[in-house]
Design a protein around this ligand. Structure first.
Ligand SMILES: Cc1cc2nc3c(=O)[nH]c(=O)nc-3n(C[C@H](O)[C@H](O)[C@H](O)COP(=O)(O)OP(=O)(O)OC[C@H]3O[C@@H](n4cnc5c(N)ncnc54)[C@H](O)[C@@H]3O)c2cc1C
Length: 396
């Protein structure tokens, strides 16, 4: 039986970052990185932003193959971990092999939410989460005339933009009144919404999840509010992601919405860590951003290799760049807390909204000042005084 000091399950942002940190912390350890996708780890964030143009198979790879061999990290792709046997420190792979671990790091990510579909509908609908999904979507889009994207969050916006750029008649269906409602304020969201309209995207907003039929290689969506029937060649769902907890749940590791971890990213089992989209942090926090997955992976990897580091979630911006415009949001107060904040808005080509408490910046929404994005993030995280904020960004 093969044995490793550290086994990492899930080969993406958090998994690769964990492997790098474990190597940096202590050379000479034996490390196995297993991932079920069929190619070497890649930058997931890039796949939804540029598929209107063709791309090479390994266009978004995070590291060259040499990095894994040079650092004696065994990378096994196209293999799923089926079971964790905690008592014996073993995992079972989808090829039947059993491997023993000293420490185990779970970086299993998240899977797309979708309505309850029949098996055939499930296969026909695309959820744009893996590079395989995007390749399939691209290949189908080349021959299609129309597409419908359900879900108007960041991912939905990116996918709808790319399909429009490919020349498809694009329909965009969402529950809220505006696009990206969760992160933007009404002004920025309205601007984004109008941007899609101006590019000919047909918006169906404030619409509950539609009923769907699939026949003759096309979909028919029934929009409950209007009774309208929409015929479309392609159907893409981007209605959110949920942590992939089932492997941990079956192994009786503590799970809530995600796999529960402490500040050192240990799970309820001392020898098992979790990081990235699959992890749930104290206070029930799920992070679901690339940068956070990298940071958590680094800490889990270092700790599995003997360090004693702590993780605390520092807010990071959410951005969306579509049709040549850049939208940015960090720490927008939730709706129920808005009344406790002052709000200042500035317009002059760009748009900026600062949320304030006691004269200090708590959150920022911004459009079209991309070059300054890092400083906006700094302003929100360091709670700059409003005078400094206005001076720095020449807003006064
Ligand atoms: C299309 C898309 C675009 C995005 N764009 C942005 C963006 O612009 N900015 C941003 O901050 N965030 C973005 N995100 C979110 C970001 O990609 C995630 O936060 C990040 O990928 C999380 O990294 P992870 O390593 O935790 O999980 P994932 O990247 O989800 O990787 C988990 C991996 O584990 C594998 N796995 C799961 N179970 C098993 C098993 N049992 N055995 C073996 N392997 C397994 C999965 O197949 C997957 O490859 C985007 C997400 C998507 C889907």
């Amino acid at each position: 039986m093969r044995e490793y000091d550290i086994v990492i399950v899930g080969a993406s942002a958090a998994g690769v970052s964990a492997a790098q940190a474990a190597v940096d912390r202590q050379a000479g350890q034996t490390i196995l990185l297993v991932g079920e996708e069929d190619r070497r780890p890649y930058k997931r964030t890039s796949i939804s932003k540029s598929f209107a143009d063709d791309f090479e198979r390994d266009a978004f790879a995070l590291l060259e193959f040499e990095w894994y061999t040079d650092n004696a990290v065994d990378l096994e792709i196209g293999i799923r971990v089926e079971r964790i046997e905690r008592r014996h420190h073993e995992i079972q792979l989808s090829n039947g092999e059993v491997v023993r671990y000293g420490k185990l790091i779970l970086t299993l990510g998240a899977r797309p939410r979708r309505p309850r579909f029949s098996e055939s509908l499930r296969k026909a609908v695309i959820c744009a989460v893996t590079i395989r999904d995007i390749e399939r979507l691209r290949a189908a889009a080349v021959h299609a005339r129309s597409a419908t994207v359900v879900g108007t969050g960041v991912l939905g916006c990116e996918v709808a933009e790319q399909l429009t750029r490919m020349g498809l008649e694009t329909h965009f269906v969402g529950r809220n009144a505006h696009l990206m409602d969760r992160y933007l304020n009404p002004q920025a969201a309205q601007y984004l919404t109008e941007l899609y309209r101006s590019h000919g995207v047909q918006l169906h907003l404030q619409t509950a999840t539609p009923r769907v039929h699939h026949r003759d290689d096309a979909f028919e969506l029934v929009l409950a509010e209007t009774g309208e029937r929409l015929r479309t060649d392609l159907l893409v769902y981007c209605i959110g992601l949920e942590p992939r907890t089932e492997l941990a749940r079956r192994a009786e590791i503590a799970v809530n919405r995600g796999i529960r971890v402490g500040p050192d990213l240990r799970t309820s089992d001392n020898d098992i860590f979790a990081a990235g989209d699959v992890a749930e942090h104290p206070g029930g926090v799920l992070t679901h951003l690339w940068r956070h997955a990298l940071e958590q992976g680094a800490i889990a990897g270092a700790n599995a290799a003997g360090a004693d580091e702590q993780y605390s979630v520092v807010p990071f911006r959410v951005k969306c760049e579509v049709f040549g415009h850049y939208f940015f949001s960090i720490s927008r107060p939730p709706k129920h807390e808005l009344a406790r904040h002052d709000q200042r808005e500035y317009q002059n080509g760009r748009y900026i909204c600062a949320y304030l408490r006691r004269g200090r910046v708590q959150g920022v929404i911004m459009r079209d000042d991309k070059d300054a994005q890092k400083r906006y993030m700094q302003a929100a995280n360091e709670h700059w005084e409003i005078e400094r904020f206005e001076q720095e960004f020449e807003l006064a």
